[in-house]
Design a protein around this ligand. Structure first.
Ligand code: NAG
Length: 316
């Protein structure tokens, strides 16, 4: 007897398009470069110091998925000061801002807002003031970067041929906040969207990208394998769920190594194996769980189906 649950999140694909175009006759490389007056404004200490302050404030008050009320309030207060109009609430705590003509093309910039249920262990002046919660994934920086972009773009609003849509998205950490933003219809006229993530191994001032998918889709699975517990010295009277679970794990490890295309990156990891708490007792049940990742919808759905087939079925 066993039961399992399976969750999955949607794939995020980053489209790269020219955001602010120069004159129609300019070359592609000129169009792709950021106008110097944008950069000069960005480098002003007034802009920089303001961003540092915002980031530290968000870092001190981390909020988990769909509870980003203070963060949302801070975002709206800054947008108000900048004179940027916005929609709120979208997907609970989300905020959608607008800069430009109000007409097409609509190009969106997106930042996630939520923190993680982790204790900050580093002692510093702006350490998280909320026990057990921390901006350990850098979304405090993402919100700040989007506000920074908003300030710069608003200052040069007359140069924008179209509309910039600022997307402050809740619940990236397992809450499918992106899906809820899309379902709200807020992105319906958007023809391109940019998202980014801070990376500790990329040097400050550098940006890395590539064409196609950048991040894999991610899914989770969990299964409880129930046997029949008993004394470890007389295994013939038990049905050992630890051995059964071990076989399931080995068989899950065959999916990527033996069934998938080596050039199509995929991951299946069993990261949870819980059962038994004595040397001489076979437990009644074992719970295993893990994650799977793939870059294409096809590979993702195939992995999901194969994991479902490998996990024991509910026996009613
Ligand atoms: C998208 O465009 C249509 C047609 O112009 C308009 O009615 C609608 O309100 C727009 N949606 C959003 C979310 O801006």
């Amino acid at each position: 007897m066993a039961s399992f649950t399976l969750f999955h999140l949607s794939i995020t694909i980053i489209f790269l398009h020219v955001l602010v175009s120069a004159t129609p006759s300019s070359s592609l490389s000129e169009q792709l470069s950021i106008p110097t007056h944008f950069l000069d404004f960005a480098k002003k200490s007034e802009t920089f110091d303001w961003m540092v302050k915002i980031r530290r404030k968000i870092h001190e008050y981390p909020e988990l998925l769909y509870e980003e009320y203070k963060t949302s309030e801070l975002i709206r207060a800054e947008l108000d000061k900048l004179g940027i109009s916005y929609k709120h609430p979208v997907a609970e705590t989300g905020v959608i801002g607008y800069i430009g003509t109000g007409n097409a093309p609509f190009v969106a910039l997106r930042a996630d807002m939520d923190a993680l249920p982790m204790q900050e262990m580093v002692e510093w002046e702006h350490k998280s003031k909320v026990p057990g919660k921390m901006h350990a994934c850098g979304h405090d920086a993402h919100v700040t970067m989007l506000l920074g972009a908003a300030k710069i773009l608003k200052h040069h609003e007359k140069d924008i041929q179209g509309t910039i849509v600022l997307v402050f998205q809740p619940a990236e950490e397992g809450g499918a906040g992106a899906k809820r933003i899309i379902e709200s219809g807020a992105l319906e006229n958007v023809s391109a969207i940019f998202g980014l993530h801070v990376m500790p191994y990329i040097r400050v001032g550098e940006v890395a990208s590539r064409s196609g998918a950048m991040m894999a889709a991610s899914g989770r699975f969990e299964a409880t394998i129930t046997g029949k517990g008993g004394h470890a010295a007389i295994p013939q009277h038990s049905v050992d769920p630890i051995l059964a679970a071990s076989n399931v794990i080995i068989s899950l490890q065959h999916l990527v190594s033996r069934e998938s295309d080596p050039l199509d990156s995929q991951v299946v990891t069993v990261a949870k194996f819980q059962g038994g708490d004595a040397f001489n007792v076979i437990p009644d049940s074992v719970t295993i769980g893990g994650t799977f990742r793939a870059f294409s919808k096809e590979s993702f759905n195939h992995l999901k189906q194969r994991i479902e087939e490998k996990l024991p079925k509910v026996d009613s």
